[in-house]
Design a protein around this ligand. Structure first.
Ligand code: FAD
Length: 533
């Protein structure tokens, strides 16, 4: 599109919808499905393709890593479509629009009595739930494999038609709909929820999702691996426990640097150089911050007795591999409050380093625990500034991350089978690549199901000097991983282009193309996104 055409389109759009024109192109902000349909109508008439975002905070994948659109592109941002359409206080379900953020839904549920809580990711308060699910994100709780807990979706097709995936809408009489009786996931006919996940076939205008029931008794459980070399064995032990019905949450196992990056900045006085931390420096950091080489954490819930029985089974299976630590949320909250009172009364006590560290740890522990319990916090963005020394001791704001600030983030996130050889191999492949490109390998392993996990390798960089090197590191991880059979569950936009360019034509790629042609014949919705036409 020429600059002139862009301006004229922006003018036409601004008659029907809030519109902005920025370096990233024209952005339309519909507030309702009706406004969205009108926006789509204008774009269809102009035969203009567009990107779709919910809150556009897909940091490390699309946002922040690069400009998503160019100055003549068009984006439909659904951040202002933020209604919570339904809440069922018996079943624990909500129907939400794409602009509903984790923070807004958490607050809504707290106001409804805290009977249910939403699975919460570590990306803070301002991110959407629908956008995250569309990109197949995962969170922390038993419903953390979010895409599998979507009950129904409402889809807007490129021709303007609005489709309810719940087929009971075909058979119910308008005057006689027993909405409260409808069991959407069991509606007869083909399941269409999958059309919403990592696809550019339709625009999701609403999603009905499942919520976690707040347990009568909660207990935070931590693991500290006693021998790093036994990580693959530990992963298999947790897999076995999960398969037997224990540890239902998306348990995370983080390496030392991933934990330490939540507590402090990279210990350098000059801007980061090419040299990753040596093993001696890492072990000094571990003892300074009282951190193990690998730490696992999750939240258990149930009755006091069921949690006790659960802990006994867990300790019996992993006792030889890891130390377990438990704390109830109340204990953590009250420890923190007590220390805060002491520090307010005698502020100089904070000059004693171990006390300052304990305070920091309790503060971060509380934030993490809140997240596991469905209360998101932007403070969890802190670790992204690992190599940005001028951020000092604060978390970058969502606005700073959106604006492509100095904070550079790329996630290389291969999915792995929960088998010891696969876990060992993925680490062996990644380690020398991080070393070669001069980055510390911050790693988090997440049990997304009881058979498969995702290893999120964080490439955190200072975007002023290290962008090209970070991207080269990512590309080598991607290329080497492919040779070994490791594929990321989710990719930055530039990597999708590369992967799609190298994909073999198969019956599957032909099916994708035919679906796209059938549902969006002019290729209006995010052409090329997720490797589809
Ligand atoms: C410190 C930190 C921690 C993070 N932790 C997590 C984590 O625990 N789990 C996790 O999954 N991610 C995590 N992220 C990554 C990311 O920030 C989140 O996934 C975030 O929720 C995605 O942004 P969004 O919700 O604004 O999605 P958007 O950017 O709005 O959307 C993402 C993509 O989904 C598609 N999409 C969005 N809306 C629609 C729609 N209505 N219809 C059709 N397609 C649509 C588009 O392709 C879009 O590019 C983290 C990032 C940081 C920096």
């Amino acid at each position: 599109m020429t600059a002139l055409a862009t301006r004229s389109l922006a003018t036409r759009l601004s008659d029907i919808v809030e519109t902005s024109v920025a370096t990233s192109g024209v952005v339309a902000f519909p507030k309702s499905t009706v406004e969205l349909q009108a926006t789509l109508g204008v774009l269809r008439e102009a035969n203009q393709s567009f990107l779709v975002t919910a809150t556009a905070h897909n940091w490390g994948y699309t946002a922040g890593t690069e400009r998503v659109g160019d100055s003549n592109s068009v984006t439909i941002s659904l951040q202002n479509m933020c209604r919570i359409r339904t809440y069922d206080a018996d079943l624990g379900t909500v129907t939400i629009e794409p602009g509903v953020t984790q923070g807004a839904l958490a607050q809504f549920l707290a106001e409804k009595g805290d009977r249910f809580f939403v699975d919460t990711t570590s990306a803070g308060e301002s991110v959407s739930i629908v956008g995250n699910i569309c990109d197949r994100g995962f969170g922390n709780s038993a419903l953390g494999n979010r895409a599998t807990h979507v009950l129904s979706v409402e889809l807007l097709l490129a021709d303007g038609s609005l489709v309810q995936s719940d087929s009971t809408s075909l058979f119910t009489n308008q005057t006689h709909t027993h909405a409260e009786n409808v069991a959407t996931p069991f509606a007869p006919g083909p399941g269409l929820v999958g059309l919403a996940i990592q696809s550019n076939l339709a625009i999701v205008t609403a999603m009905q999702i499942t919520l976690n029931r707040r347990a009568e008794y909660e207990c935070a459980l931590g693991f500290e691996l006693t021998d790093t070399k036994r990580l693959p064995e530990f992963i298999e032990a947790i897999r076995d426990l999960k398969q037997l019905g224990h540890l239902p949450g998306c348990l995370h196992v983080a390496n030392d640097l991933r934990i330490i990056s939540n507590l402090t900045r990279l210990p350098r006085t000059t801007p980061p150089d090419l040299r990753p931390l040596t093993s001696l420096e890492r072990s000094q950091l571990r003892s300074e911050h009282g951190t193990a080489s690998w730490t696992g954490f999750t939240l258990l819930g149930g009755t006091r007795d069921s949690v006790k029985a659960e802990l006994a089974a867990i300790r019996q299976r992993v006792g030889a591999l890891a130390r377990t630590r438990t704390l109830t949320p109340n204990k953590i909250y009250s420890l923190r409050r007590t220390l805060e009172r002491i520090c307010t009364r005698w502020p100089r006590i904070l000059n004693i380093k171990p006390i300052a560290r304990l305070r920091n740890k309790l503060e971060r522990g509380k934030i993490l625990l809140d997240t596991l319990r469905g209360k998101p916090s932007n403070e969890l963005l802190y670790n992204t500034g690992w190599r940005c020394l001028d951020l000092e001791n604060r978390a970058p704001t969502p606005q700073e991350l959106d604006a492509g600030s100095n904070v550079g983030i790329l996630w290389y996130a291969p999915a792995v089978a929960l088998k010891r050889d696969a876990v060992r191999r993925v680490m062996e492949v990644a380690e020398p690549i991080f070393e070669r490109h001069g980055f510390d390998m911050l790693t988090m392993f997440t049990f997304v199901t009881d058979r498969h996990g995702v290893v999120v390798f964080n490439i955190l960089f200072d975007a002023r000097h290290e962008k090209a090197r970070a991207r080269a590191c990512y590309q080598e991880l991607l290329a080497r991983g492919r040779v070994e059979g490791f594929f990321p569950y989710r990719l930055p936009a530039f990597a999708w282009e590369e992967m799609a360019g190298q994909a073999k034509p198969t019956a599957l790629s032909s099916l994708h193309a035919r679906l796209k042609k059938a549902l969006d014949p002019s290729g209006l919705i995010a052409p090329g996104r997720y490797g589809i036409g």
